[in-house]
Design a protein around this ligand. Structure first.
Ligand code: UN1
Length: 502
């Protein structure tokens, strides 16, 4: 098995997880990677109870000491970056540079979280009453349930886990049923970090601080229903997110959702076209169009439209579709045949709505791997199909004349994750990022829609779910806030001047 090198280095026995519930094939060539057993609903319940016990101990460990565990996780990830990146490529199909980039994203968030472990600051607030002080304290929250998708099979866990851990929480992770093997590898790497930590500080890290549950939607449902899980962080489809949000809301729990995107870019007349073309290509065909931040809609000013379309066609015809492990490949496989079918159905609908399709056909590369040439679709306007996210490399192009119209098109879809404008006109750039500009969680100028750094808050509005993960103050999602009013005077004045003498 291709992943055996990493598991052997880690002294990790995958056979403990072997069973007949999940058959995992590499999208690269269709080769069998593993057959795994799924956790049962009862096992999931037990895991949550164990996670609660772990939380009660971990919350008492000082935050900077919790940070040391995450620092060691970052260290272990650095040591295994190559092997883990290759395994991401094997199981998710993204090209090796992106597989390695994903591991780098894990390392980056670990570094960020280590710094944060000394900065979980609260405010001191001026009280209206004499001899009083108000302050805000941030406390650990509890068990954090993390549901992740196949396309970022490990980085999204790291965004959540690194922050949750320094915030004093325990973590239970349900990886995508399409990519559980690399998740098990990460679990083994985490165990290594714990081992290293415990050699210096025995009996500090509680057992079951981070657990993994392999399986289907039933596991996510147990997490969503359980009052032991104050926060469920879910990344994936709008359909899945709606279910999680509904079930969590029913018990008034907290959910952090990072769902579909339908990201657009505006290319204005003053754009630096050589930069724009590179950004368009990376955003639209990188990860074979299977990022939530992938570029799906392009609005090009009519004065440069034909020129831009001709150049994209030329790039699309020559972009290397191939083995994701080969150094010169830019477009790896789709995750599976169902993704190919969804792509073909979207192209069919686009044709029916007046679209002119170039590319999109299947390319024979390796074994049963499902490879496609990216598709460019010139549309007469923003028709119905463009309101849907199809997880495949399809780029719809529409002409515009007025910036206000292009911004309206950008905002006219139900999703609100990422967006970009290419312009050298400061008025256009500032308008795009202003209150009357893009309505997305990410609005970029002169870079593409995908490939965000971890330092910013990541997430989007509307059907994208509203959650913010990763950088900025996203850590606050993983803590509970207490407002404390302290009276150090010898009287008891009431707020708002209320008199209540007894
Ligand atoms: C996702 O596709 O779910 O901004 C996450 C990006 C990556 C993360 C994507 N840093 O494209």
């Amino acid at each position: 098995m291709p992943s055996s090198r990493l598991f052997a280095t880690l002294n990790f026995d995958l056979s403990a997880y072997t069973g007949s519930d999940l058959t995992i094939r590499s999208p690269r060539d269709g080769q069998l990677l593993a057959t795994l057993k799924a956790h049962t609903t009862a096992q999931a319940e037990t895991a949550l109870a164990d996670a609660q016990t772990a939380f009660l101990a971990w919350r008492e460990v000082p935050a900077p000491v919790r940070g040391e565990l995450v620092r060691l996780l970052g260290e272990v990830l650095r040591e295994h970056r190559q092997a883990l990146g290759e395994l991401v490529t094997q199981e998710a199909g993204k090209i090796l540079s992106e597989g390695l980039g994903e591991v780098q994203e894990m390392i980056d968030i670990c570094d960020f979280a280590v710094g944060l472990s000394r900065q979980l600051h609260g405010l001191t607030i001026a009280s209206e009453r004499p001899g009083h002080r108000m302050m805000e304290t941030w406390h650990p929250l509890g068990v954090c349930g993390v549901i992740t998708a196949f396309n970022f099979p490990v980085a999204v866990w790291a965004w959540n886990a690194a922050l949750a851990l320094i915030c004093g929480n325990s973590v239970v992770w349900k990886p995508s049923e399409k990519t559980p093997v690399v998740a098990l590898a990460v679990q083994a790497l985490f165990a290594k970090a714990v081992e290293r930590f415990s050699a210096q500080r025995p009996n500090v890290v509680p057992a079951k601080l981070c657990q993994i549950l392999i399986g289907h939607a039933n596991i996510g449902e147990v997490m969503s229903r359980s009052p032991l899980v104050p926060l469920v962080s879910a990344t994936g489809s709008v359909r899945m997110g709606r279910k999680v949000a509904t079930v969590v809301a029913e018990r008034l729990g907290r959910s952090l959702l990072e769902l579909g995107g339908n990201n657009a870019m505006i290319v204005a007349p003053s754009a630096d076209l050589s930069l724009a073309l590179r950004a368009i290509t990376f955003s639209a065909v990188g990860t074979a169009g299977q990022r939530c931040t992938s570029l799906r809609r392009l609005f090009v000013h009519s004065s440069i439209h034909d020129q831009v379309v001709a150049q994209i066609k030329r790039i699309y015809a020559s972009v290397k579709v191939g083995d994701p492990l080969a150094a010169d490949t830019l477009v790896g496989p789709l995750i599976d045949k169902a993704a190919f079918d969804a792509m073909q159905s979207a192209l069919q609908q686009a044709r029916g709505q007046g679209g002119e399709v170039t590319g999109g056909e299947r390319v024979d590369v390796l074994g049963d791997g499902v490879y496609v040439r990216p598709a460019l679709v010139c549309m007469p306007g923003q028709t119905a199909i463009m309101h849907h996210e199809t997880f495949a490399p399809i780029l719809y192009v529409v002409k515009y004349d007025d910036l206000a119209d292009a911004i309206a098109l950008n905002n006219a879809v139900p999703q609100g994750l990422s967006s970009a404008i290419f312009t050298n006109d400061v008025r256009e750039a500032e308008t795009f990022v202003s209150a009357v500009g893009s309505d997305c969680g990410l609005a970029n100028v002169n870079i593409g829609t995908s490939g965000a750094e971890i330092g910013g808050a990541f997430g989007g509005e509307k059907e994208t779910g509203g959650g913010r993960e990763s950088g900025s103050d996203a850590w606050k999602n993983y803590m509970r806030r207490a407002t404390n009013t302290i009276n150090y005077s010898k009287t008891l004045p009431l707020a708002q001047g209320v008199k209540f003498d007894i």
